[in-house]
Ligand binder design. Structure first.
Ligand code: F6R
Length: 587
């Protein structure tokens, strides 16, 4: 949800550095972009509708300054226009601001500052106008502090003031990380934006501000005092965050499942056992996450039931308020998130903490807000996931939930062995022939406007997840159903040739799923069976390895590839689906 980037340091091509950094944050928002710096004592601003990847650094080559700020937008308040793009600036053109999040009291602040002074429809412009107003009476730093005191909502901001050679950034609820280079600093929404310059970072916490010139000073906004920060070295390589030989990040990340699952299960045994004990002793265990991470939680619900004989309550994070009144100190909330910044998940965590319940998080983004605000956090180590559609994070999260379930029944070693075998079978499965075959299946169904996916037991959540993948990247109307639910209504949707994907495993419910598939076929459906074994009901059979209860981990992969190829064959960019952004930091 919007990417922000600021640079200050020895280099004079700050605008080019900012644009390159924003291009690495494009997955966070891609409807418009903008940059600001100071040239000859004047504010220089360039803002444009369109993708930041289309911006040319050469256009800024002769604009020299040692600091600059920039933004790539996913619109919330105000349409997609040049004026609504960030940076926003004060009427006197002294203050420029980039903002990620939502200022909830912006209407009130607009009234206070005089509506006629505003030129955009955004909530963010109030930040620039407010700082400029205070700046008339106090220092830049005090003006930012005074303005922040008046803001309600979630934000990460980076601010510059013409005539002052430093940047100020602050956060509440939206991510902001400081990359610490050699005499230079980077302020960004995510680490890959500056990985080519430094792997050393400081995380800005909520209600903290940072002043960056030749040095860096962190200030707690509540106490007004300086805060000491630990410099953290991030174990990510710049190339890991690039597309490399692949046409799209989505395909690259699907292929990375060859080894990402192995990294996920390579966790400290004592820690996993401790977490398993915490879950066992909890009175009321809740799972929550959003979108794909929510479907992972549902799969976890089945793993916990089938492997550990333990009941858990799942609700998507946006629906979690319905459970708030059940939370008590003995409860445990398990949250799953790739980005570690999802606003609805953070709200669920706040509710749990307010009742003194414990929170365990399973996240990909190390050092993210969700990770840092949890009582226990497991890092899935999937590496940067940049395609908007989540793929490798989901399988790693499922692997970890399955591992925890085995630890709860003292079978951790066996669980680890089984999952390592699953990873090795996925490695074999993801070969070039397999990809060519799936592309050919995608070719057959790409022009249909509807597609249904069925699964039963642990594969039911995967039917829902497959539908999300197909919807979001190919814009085909896809829906997932519990196989047994078809006859209660959805089967009326099926007509001659409707593509229906059946997720089948070699498990106790296999025959039921096959019978439901036969019911679909009898109504004219074109059946794509994803299964370890061939069956005559399948028009197309996608063979997957037989991995028992771990079947969701292998069955989901062909659906990710189908979604990818349908999108590509329909001429779409699967990395940047319309209306979406990675990391949903607004409610
Ligand atoms: C779909 C997708 C989203 C995310 C959801 C939660 O492919 O990526 O549905 O799963 O927005 O995001 P995280 O996992 O970052 O909390």
């Amino acid at each position: 949800m919007c990417g922000i980037f600021g640079y200050i340091g020895k280099k004079e091509n700050s605008l080019e550095i900012v644009i390159k950094g924003l291009q690495k944050l494009e997955y966070r928002g891609y409807d418009s972009w903008g940059v600001a710096t100071e040239i000859d004592g004047q504010l220089f601003i360039e803002k444009k509708v369109g993708k930041i990847s289309e911006a040319k650094t050469d256009d800024f080559h002769d604009k020299k300054c040692q600091f600059a700020i920039g933004h790539t937008r996913w619109a919330t308040h105000g349409g997609v226009t040049d004026i609504n793009a960030h940076p926003h600036f004060s009427s006197d053109k002294t203050i420029a601001v980039v903002h990620n999040g939502i200022i909830e009291n912006y209407e009130e602040l607009r009234d206070e500052l005089g509506r006629d002074n505003f030129i955009s429809q955004t909530d963010s412009e109030v930040v620039a106008q407010l700082i400029a107003k205070f700046r008339k009476e106090m220092s830049f730093k005090d003006a930012v502090l005074a303005a922040i005191n008046k803001l309600k909502g979630r934000y990460a901001i980076v601010v510059m003031n013409v005539g002052e050679n430093y940047l100020i950034a602050a956060r509440r609820g939206s991510p902001l990380i400081v990359g610490v280079g050699d005499g230079e600093y980077f302020l960004a929404s995510d680490i890959p934006a500056f990985l080519e310059y430094t792997q050393n970072v400081n995380y800005l916490d909520d209600d903290e501000m940072v002043i960056v010139d030749g040095n860096v000073e962190f200030i707690n906004l509540t106490t007004g005092r300086s805060v000491e920060k630990r410099l953290i070295n991030i174990d990510w390589k710049a190339e890991g965050a690039e597309k490399g030989e692949y046409d799209h990040y989505m395909l690259k990340e699907i292929m990375e499942q060859k080894d990402s699952i192995l990294r996920a299960i390579n966790q400290d045994t004592d820690e996993i056992m401790h977490i398993a004990q915490q879950i066992k002793k909890s009175r009321g265990c809740f799972f929550s996450g959003c979108g794909t991470a929510g479907k992972v939680c549902m799969a976890g619900e089945y793993f916990f039931s089938l492997i550990a004989n333990r009941h858990v309550n799942f609700a998507p994070a946006s629906e979690f308020p319905v459970y708030h009144h059940f939370l008590r100190p003995e409860s445990l909330l398990v949250v799953v998130s790739q980005s570690g910044e999802t606003a609805d998940v953070l709200e669920a965590m706040d509710a749990a903490k307010s009742k003194n319940a414990k929170v365990l998080s399973i996240v990909n983004a190390e050092g993210s807000t969700i990770a840092r605000q949890s009582d226990f956090s497991l890092h899935i180590k999937a590496g940067p996931e940049k395609a908007v559609a989540s793929t490798k994070a989901a399988t790693s999260q499922m692997a970890l939930l399955m591992l925890i379930a085995t630890a709860m029944v003292d079978e951790l070693q066996e669980g680890r062995r089984q999952l390592a075998e699953v990873a090795s079978k996925i490695n074999d499965m993801l070969n070039p022939r397999f990809l060519t075959y799936i592309k050919a299946v995608a070719e057959k169904i790409k022009d249909h406007e509807n597609c249904y996916i069925i699964g039963k037991a642990e594969n039911y959540p995967m039917a829902l997840e497959a539908a999300i993948k197909i919807q979001e990247v190919s814009y085909v109307h896809a829906e997932g159903f519990a196989a047994g639910e078809l006859k209660h209504g959805p089967i009326a949707l099926v007509t001659d040739g409707t593509p229906c994907i059946a997720l089948v495993a070699n498990d106790e419910v296999k025959n039921d799923t096959i019978n439901n598939t036969i019911e679909l076929k009898a109504r004219g459906a074109h059946i794509i069976g994803i299964s370890p074994e061939k069956h005559e009901v399948f028009d197309d059979w996608i063979k997957v390895p037989d991995v028992g209860i771990a079947s969701p981990l292998v069955n989901i992969i062909p659906t990710q590839l189908l979604a990818y190829y349908i999108a590509v064959l329909r001429g779409l960019d699967p990395d940047m689906p319309r209306n979406l952004a990675k990391s949903v930091t607004v409610k």
